[in-house]
Ligand binder design. Sequence first.
Ligand code: SAM
Length: 562
Amino acid sequence: MPSELDALNAITDLVLRYRVAPEKKKSAVLASSLLSTESGIASLALALGADITGSLTPAEAALVKSPADVQTSVVNALQKKIRDGDDPLGEAFCKVRSADVRRESGAIYTPRVIVEAMLGWAVNIGVPDRIVDPGAGSARFLIESGRHFKKASLVAVETDPLAALIARANLAAAGMSDRAVVMLKDFRSSELEIIAGRTLYIGNPPYVRHHLIETKWKRWLKDQAAELKLKASSLAGLHVYFFLAIARWAKAGDYGALITASEWLDVNYGQLVRDLFLNRLGGQAVYVIEPEAEPFPGTQSTAAVTTFTVNGTPPSARFARIDRLSDLDHLSGGRRVSRERLTAEPRWSHFTRKAKDVPSGYVELGELCRVHRGQATGSNRVWIAGDHSEGLPDEVLFPTVTKAMELFRAGLVLKDGDTLRRVIDLPVDLSVISAGKRVAVQRFLKRAEEMGAKTNYTSLHRKAWWAVGLYEPAPVLATYMARRAPAFVLNKAEARHLNIAHGLYPRVLLAEKLLRRLTEYLSGAPTMDRGRVYAGGLTKFEPREMERIPVPVPAMLAEMSA
Ligand SMILES: C[S@@+](CC[C@H](N)C(=O)[O-])C[C@H]1O[C@@H](n2cnc3c(N)ncnc32)[C@H](O)[C@@H]1O
């Protein structure tokens, strides 16, 4: 027979077991259910110590007015995950808040592998005194930065109160509260403290299309850009605003890495970012991440990581394309493209493609020369001088290469413009022609009109239908379409060229000797495989394709000519 004491013990055991078992179950349910609502996430953030990372703003405090109870074991488990580099609250936030709603504020959080790669780059550059994460979300960048830079102060700027609350919680859990500030502010108008030391700007600015950007901000963009003597387009996406805001604050010694959509490399509205990259920001490199690498899973977007060190105007920048996230490494390497070339080109993404086997000691022709298509007249039978244009004064007649054959025949040097036909290039303002010569011009214009020259597509798109607008003589001329390799010809005759040829205009000072050597080299270079081959074996070189032909660097050209 069990004693009374035994019976009491058995009942106590039962009660204890009863207590322990449901509590374990209850805490598990509680954690997952809290993570499945916004108010639950806010409660977890508070339990993790969000309010010790600075004081909460009214908007954040409102989210935790009546917080749910959170078990210590849940807090401990979350804290451990955060310390291990995970972002359980940020992930839950991205699940609970629909993609459509997040899209309006550009809230797409950055995978850890990208954050780490960008930090890897920053660590190689130097040690900042402060780190600013513009559009911080759950502070993934800031926490990874805090791990690498133990002494730097950390500044998160974010407009979404729940995200700000999560950022505070994550910073608290990671033990970084005492050096972190979370500003619930629009990054464009947030007043960053001016500090003596270096600031690292690192993050993923929001991608929001211009339709969702208010008119007052569009005005802000134009005004702020104008202060830097730059132009801005009202079609710009929100990330362009962030580049501009950073450029306004950044001072010598600051540096940064931003991941954004890659659009700015090529579209018109991206010109502002390209200008900032080349000048104020001191752009270092652009790494384009292919959609197949899934930088932001499920979005099919092409991302670009842009790195910069504010230190004047670097002579070149690096460009590369990344197919797999595992290739991100520490964002190093890539092909160098000169500042002149970047300044001249309205589109940049093609620079991220690998230069086709450029051997050491060589650069792409485009580094040395801009290749420009010749002018289109719209009607050669009108604008190439002949019987119909008799009497026109010499000053409007320009010896011009009008057939590829003229270049093939010339050999290496085009010496004499007299053998060429003349193109009629009248000024837009005809009053600059002296009265005595104007009669012949009027006679010719009447004849040209009769020949239909006034109404064709090309003339309708000119400043004045009669002004062909020939380009300046190109120091080197090249054919670009033939069944043979292109001819490169030194243009000693200072001839103009129509669109049957390309002109090579040096971007760098090239003494005539070097130019001649370059022309000789190009004439003998195996170039055929670089153009596009059409049916029948016709090979065509667009200007950009011609710019990709590898040529010796000037120092090597100098040796060759010695
Ligand atoms: C692309 S997310 C990046 C979040 C986080 N930095 C990351 O990479 O995981 C952009 C963040 O910017 C915030 N945001 C949007 N507009 C903002 C603005 N004008 N000022 C500051 N933050 C903004 C969004 O709420 C969102 O959290």
